[in-house]
Design a protein around this ligand. Sequence first.
Ligand code: AOF
Ligand code: ZN
Length: 375
Amino acid sequence: MTVLNQDDFFYMTLAIREAEKGRYTTSPNPNVGCVIVKDNQVIGKGFHIQAGGPHAEVHALVAAGENAQGATAYVTLEPCSHTGKTPPCAEALIKAQVAKVVVGMTDPNPQVSGRGIEKLRNAGIQVHQDCLTQECEKLNAGFIKRMVNKLPYVQLKLGSSLDGRTAMSSGESQWITSAKARQDVQDYRAQACAVITGVGTVMADNPSLNVRQAEFKPNHYPCEKLRQPVKVVIDNQHQITPEYKLINQAETVYLVSNKHRNDAENINWPVNVKFLTLSQAGEHVCLTELLTQLALLEINQVWVEAGAKLAGAFIAQGLVDELIIYQAPKLLGENTKGLIEVTDLTKLNQAIEWRYQEVRQVGDDLKLVLFPKLS
Ligand code: AOF
Ligand code: ZN
C-alpha cells in the first residue's frame, strides 16, 4: 500500500482549485483539474473547460511539454481510458512518460471506472489512489449522482422571513431577501444545468430565472459567452402561454406535463420551447420520472425555485439533496404564505429531518444549507 505524503495533499489541493474554475461551464462533463510537478515545481496545470474540449490532463501536459517526462501528475478524477469527444488521457500521460499519477477519485462513468488506472499501471506508471477523495467528490456532486443513480443532484432554494413566510396574502413577495442573497442565487443558477419551477410561480411572478451579467460576479469565468441553465416549467394543465419572460430567451425551455398538447395548443411557440411529456398519469407530474428524463438529457444538477406546493412535493418524495434557505430578518406576520407545504403530517415523529451543513450571514440575511438527515 502506498502512503500519501504532505506534498501529495498540497498538489492535489492545487488540482482541486484548478477543477473549480470549470464549475460554470463543464457540464455535462465533470469538473476536473490536473497539476504536473517535477522537482517540487509545478510545470503544468489545467482544468476541463467545456464538454468537447481538451480534458484537464491535456491542458497540463501541453503546458509541461517535454519536461513531463519523469514527472508526477495530480488529477482530481481518474484519467479517462476511452475515446469519447477527445482521445484517452491515460494514453496521453503514458506517451508523455510521466513517472507517477496521483488520482483523487475513480471515475463513476461506466465507460472508464477503473480502466484508466489499469491502463497507466499496465504501462509501468506508479498510480496512487484516493488522495483527498471527499474533496474531489464535492467537485462533482451532480455528475456523480447522474452516473451512479441516473438522477440529477437536486438543490432546492427557498427565501423566507424570520417567521418562515414567503409572501403577503396579496401574493406580494419581491424582494424579501437582500441583493447580496440574490447575488448568491445567481452563482448557484450559473452552476446548475437546469432551473425547475412551477407554472404557478411563472404566472404569479413572471421571473426570467436567468443568470444576469450585472448581478453575477464570479472571480473567474473561463469563457466569453455566459452559459445559461435550461428552464424546466412544470405545467400539467397547459396553462402557460408564450408571452412570459422565461419563454422568450435563447436557451431551451421544457414545458412538462403528462398530457399531450393538442394541435391548437402547439401553435406560436418559439423554437427554444420543447414539450416534455411524461408517461405516468395523474393529477400531478411524477417528479421522479421528470428527474429521470432530465438525467437522460445529461442534466447533472438542478436548481429548484418554486412555490410552497412544488417545494413540498420535492421534499415529501425524498428528492432533495440540498436545501438552501435565505432567511431575511423581517417578520411578515399572520395571514401570509408559508415556506413549504408538506401535507399529511400529523405527528411529530413524521417530521422530515435535516442537518445543517452551513449557516452564515449573506448581506442582511441568514443563509442556511441543509442536507437530509439520514437515519
Ligand atoms: C479526464 N479528464 O478533464 C475529464 C474527464 O465526452 P468526452 O470525451 O469529453 O469524455 C467525457 C468523459 O471523460 C466524462 O464523462 C468523464 O468520464 C471523463 N472526463 N476525464 O480524464 C477530464 N473531463
Ligand atoms: Zn480524459
